[in-house]
Design a protein around this ligand. Structure first.
Ligand SMILES: Cc1ncc(COP(=O)(O)O)c(C=O)c1O
Length: 384
């Protein structure tokens, strides 16, 4: 059998590769800042609710393609209260996680040979999916000091083949939050150019309390230009339940329904019930969970201010810190050495785009705050 060259030539899934470096190291000796997985289990009440529902025979059937009505309604309500503006249940399609939301959105918008703009550094699964689908990713410059996208470079990259601009804010891998004014400017650019502005907001709940990510849902024409992607994975510690969402206008959603029907038919029913329970009953739990992740970012900054440390913290927020390593080595070699010799599993910047060899990504939200000192000690040991 012949493998599709676009898939064969796509780099190996980064997380799996990073774990292969430490296959023979006992898990207890590792500091895992590799994959963004919340350190906490889901709330006990949510686990009990799902267990009881499944034991009673619930969630065994498909749901509608767009997902459970009450969940779509609850998410629309959550978005209105978070962002303001106008969002209805009919704008929401529930997906099997935010990655599948992105894949479905790209499939609905783009044909092979089309172009999609990804500001650097990109989220690797976005770039991989575009490569697999034969869609050309155009990388826009960013400012390494502020980790903000370069709007003029994005403008320059828009061509007749461009179908979408993709933002991730709060960002993976840098943790940077893009200011609402920057997002508004990019929205106007997308509107004027007739392309979609897709924003992956997987980490939107992990911003400072009261910080509104953007005002796009208040734009009267948002449904024609803007696509919001969401994940329940990190907010409710549900990574394995596979629930996310696309929020978009009618034309795109009609196309998405076809893609979704072929790919998964519906998001996992049990996951949808868990997400609904979270939205309806766990807002206090969510606030505590978010507060502990935000506090972790502050603790990480404190830990990195150690004067003996030659790793420079460039930006940190949500689940991630983007760090400049001190070695005369590629990012991959630096990450591999840290993993094998010092038990610290991070991801090399090179997974997030060209010219990222100086950087490593630490998914610090995985790690209990009381282990940050140990992380910094191991990094200092690696310097000699
Ligand atoms: C930016 C971004 N989008 C999507 C995902 C995947 O989310 P989900 O578990 O909902 O598929 C991740 C996970 O790390 C992510 O960082």
């Amino acid at each position: 059998m012949r493998i599709n060259p676009a898939v064969r030539d796509c780099p190996t899934a980064p997380i799996a590769e990073a774990w292969s470096w430490v296959a023979d190291v006992p898990a207890a000796e590792l500091i895992d800042v590799c994959q963004a997985e919340p350190a906490e289990l889901p709330a006990q009440a949510l686990r009990d609710h799902v267990a009881q529902t499944l034991a009673a025979g619930g969630a065994a059937k498909y749901t509608g393609i767009a997902g459970l009505g009450p969940l779509r309604e609850a998410l629309a309500e959550d978005i209105r209260s978070h962002y303001g503006g106008s969002v209805e249940a009919s704008d929401v399609m529930i997906t099997a996680g935010c990655n599948q939301a992105f894949c479905a959105t790209i499939d609905a918008l783009c044909a092979p040979g089309d172009e999609v703009i990804l500001p650097l550094p990109f989220y690797f699964n976005h770039q991989m999916w575009l490569a697999i689908r034969g869609i050309h990713a155009k990388y826009a410059r960013y400012d390494p000091q502020s980790a903000q996208p370069d709007v003029e470079d994005i403008r320059r990259l828009i061509s007749a083949r461009t179908r979408a601009l993709v933002l991730v804010t709060p960002n993976n891998p840098t943790g940077a939050v893009y200011p609402p004014e920057c997002i508004a400017e990019l929205y106007r650019l997308a509107e004027a150019s007739g392309i979609a502005l897709i924003i992956d907001e997987t980490y939107r709940d992990f911003m400072a309390v009261g910080q509104v990510p953007h005002a796009l849902f208040g734009q009267s024409g948002w449904r024609d230009h803007f696509v919001h992607l969401y994940s329940f994975s990190k907010t409710y510690s549900l990574t394995g339940y596979r629930v996310g969402a696309v929020v978009a206008g009618d034309a795109l959603r009609e196309a998405l329904i076809k893609v979704q029907d072929c790919a998964v038919i519906c998001a996992p029913h049990a996951g949808q019930l868990a997400a609904l329970y979270g939205l309806q009953h766990l807002q206090a739990w969510k606030r505590d969970n978010v507060a502990s992740v935000v506090a972790r970012a502050t603790a990480l900054r404190r830990a990195f201010s150690n004067p003996s440390l030659k790793f420079e913290l460039l930006s940190a927020g949500a689940f991630f810190a983007y760090v400049q390593h001190p070695f005369e080595a590629s990012a991959r070699d630096a990450a591999q050495r840290l993993a094998r010799a010092f038990g610290v599993i991070s991801l090399p910047g090179s997974y997030f785009g060209p010219d990222q060899e100086r950087y490593l990504r630490f998914a610090f939200a995985n790690l209990a705050e009381n282990r940050f000192g140990e992380l910094v000690e191991r990094l200092i040991s690696s310097q000699s």
